[in-house]
Design a protein. Structure first.
Length: 43
């Protein structure tokens, strides 16, 4: 899965599982691994 991040005055950025989402202008020091946004898959 992928996440597309849109910010003003920037091109969209595509983040995939394992990438880290940060929002330093709103939450300095906060980080989230993109894969944590999706529910876990059970086999």
């Amino acid at each position: 899965m992928a996440l597309t991040l849109y910010r003003l005055d920037s091109d969209p950025v595509i983040l995939k599982n394992g990438d880290i989402l940060t929002v330093p202008e709103l939450l300095p020091g906060w980080e989230l691994v993109v894969s944590e946004l999706w529910p876990p898959e059970f086999e």
